[in-house]
Design a protein around this ligand. Structure first.
Ligand code: SAM
Length: 248
């Protein structure tokens, strides 16, 4: 049977595609990609042309069965996403689960991952951290999620896009308090890479005051609650979040 290679691609700087990733993409019989046009561009930058198959949120379950059959037939395949490590806030989990359930070999080609890159430069405690992915789009659900994290003592990591960065920072400040240390990592490995640090209230104000700081892709990192987190304050914030569901 063939192997399913899970291959990380760059999160901005194309120099971050590893030699082994390139070698693997060269040798597989097809590459499963989130957006085939995007991946075609990446491959053509490296002078590669391989058959591409679309694997996204909407067809993953159906595609997985066919891909497992191809692997069982002896073909090796690669999975990539548009940027960074597949399965990390990206498709692939269902395919990997199906391949493993069929007893097939699934092998990683590690590389760039925005959450890990951000953690490595944040200067916040990094021995224990939780990755929360994207916060819910709906304000009430987002506030509720954050309220439940208010006493979390591990470093908290979130992905965010330009559309919602302002709202999300405001909600973080409300849930965790203006004083909680945080870091905003923007456009990592790209031309406008910026890593801002400061208390949440300050970060929020800086981003609100400067439209350039609202452009691009973000990892938001928040220090965990200290052992002395005032339970009453935390409970108050939880209540506030709950109440705000009923406010306009
Ligand atoms: N699989 C990717 C990874 O390994 O990081 C993440 C994919 S997720 C759909 C995209 C989100 O990752 C963006 O909205 C942003 O939060 C984060 N991200 C991706 N590239 C980034 C970069 N260069 N700088 C900061 N954040 C980035």
């Amino acid at each position: 049977a063939g192997t399913l290679h899970i291959v990380a691609t760059p999160i901005g700087n194309l120099g971050d595609l590893s030699p082994r990733a390139l070698e693997t993409l060269k040798t597989v019989s097809a590459i499963c990609a989130e957006d085939t046009r995007h991946t075609r561009q990446l491959l053509s930058h490296f002078g590669l042309e391989r058959p591409l198959l679309a694997l996204h949120q909407h067809n993953e379950e159906a595609q997985a069965a066919q891909l497992v059959a191809r692997l069982q037939g002896g073909e090796s395949l690669a999975l990539v996403s548009d940027a960074g490590t597949p399965l990390v806030s990206d498709p692939g989990f269902r395919l990997v689960r199906a391949a493993r359930a069929a007893g097939l070999r699934v092998s990683p080609v590690p590389g760039a991952c925005a959450v890990i890159a951000a953690l490595s430069v944040a200067g916040l405690p990094s021995d224990r951290f939780v990755f929360e992915g994207f916060l819910p789009a709906k304000a009430s659900a987002r506030r509720e999620r954050l309220a439940r994290l208010a006493t979390e003592s591990r470093t908290l990591m979130f992905y965010e896009s330009a559309h919602r960065i302002e709202e999300s920072l405001a909600d973080l400040a409300t849930a965790f308090g203006d004083e909680r240390p945080a870091v905003l990592a923007r456009e990592l490995t790209k031309l406008f890479e910026t890593v801002l640090d400061g208390p949440l209230g300050e970060l929020r104000a800086r981003v609100a005051a400067d439209a350039n700081q609202r452009k691009g892709e973000f990892v938001m990192i928040v220090e965990g609650a200290g052992d002395d987190a005032d339970a009453k304050v935390v409970e108050g914030r939880r209540l506030y979040a709950k109440l705000s569901e009923h406010l306009p």
